[in-house]
Design a protein around this ligand. Sequence first.
Ligand code: SPD
Length: 288
Amino acid sequence: MNYKLKTRSEWVDEYHQGVRYGLQGKLILEESSPFQKITIYDSKRYGKALLLDDCWMTAEKSEKCYHECLIHPALCCSTQIDNILIIGGGDGGSARECLRYKEVKSIDLVEIDLRVIELSQKYLPTIGGNAWSDSRLNLQIKNGIDWVKHRKENSYDVIIIDGADPIGPSKELFSNSFLKDCRRILKHGGVLATQSESPESFQQIHINIVKTLREIFDYADPMYGSVSIYPSGLWSWTFASMEKPKYMHPRKSRIEEISENCQIWSERWQQGAFNAIPAFIERELAKT
Ligand code: SPD
C-alpha cells in the first residue's frame, strides 16, 4: 500500500496564493452544477462541510462563527426587520439566524443554484434547521443581480449578501451597479450586511469592498472575527446604512431575544469586533 498517498487522499485543501487550508476527513460527493463545482466533505473536526469551486463555504460545527456575525449586527440594529432579503445563503444558515426574531415577517432568499440548497438540505440539515419549513421563508431560485434590479424602491428593511468569494457566480455581488440597486431597494432606516473577505488573504478585495460601500451608502464599517475554515482564519463582514452607522447600536429587546442562544455574537463581542480593525486597513480606508 502507498501509505503517503492514502494519507494525502484523506485531506481536502483550499489553495490560495501559495498557502493551503485543509481539513482531514472523507469525501462524500462531488458534482458540477450549471454554475459551479459542489463538494460535500465529512471532516473530522468540523463535521460535514460544503465547498464551492474548491473553496470552503461552511461546516456543521463551525458555521455559527460566520452566520451569527453576518446576521445579528444587522438585525439587532435596523429600525425595522419586517422584510428581509438574503442573496445567496443556499445552505440556510443566514435564514435560520434571521428567523430567530419574532418581528421578522418575511424573508426572500434568492439563491442562484438549486443544487446548493438541495445538497445542504440533504447533507447539512442542521445548518438550515427549521428555516426550510418556516412559512416566513420565500425561496427564489434566481439570479440575485436580476432580482435586485427589478425590485421597487424601499422594498426591504435588511439586505444580507451571503455569497462566495468574488470569482465565479458571486463576482457581481461586489460590483457598483449591484450595490447601488441594493441601496435603492433598502428602506431608509435599514442595514445592508455583506461578507467582505479576509483583510489578510484577500487584502485589496477587502479594502475595495469597504470603500465601495462607503461611496454608495455614506456609512459603512467592517467588523472582524475568526472563521477557522477560511483562508487565514481572519474574516470580515461589512455593514452599511444611509442615515448614520445604524449597525453599531443593538436594540435591547432584540439582544434579549437572541443572545442566550448565540455562540459568538453578543453586544460586547460586536463592539470589540468593530474596533478590531487592523491599523493598516484603517489607514488604507482613510486615503481618498
Ligand atoms: N471564502 C469563503 C467565503 C464564503 C462566504 N459565504 C459562505 C456561505 C455560508 N452561508
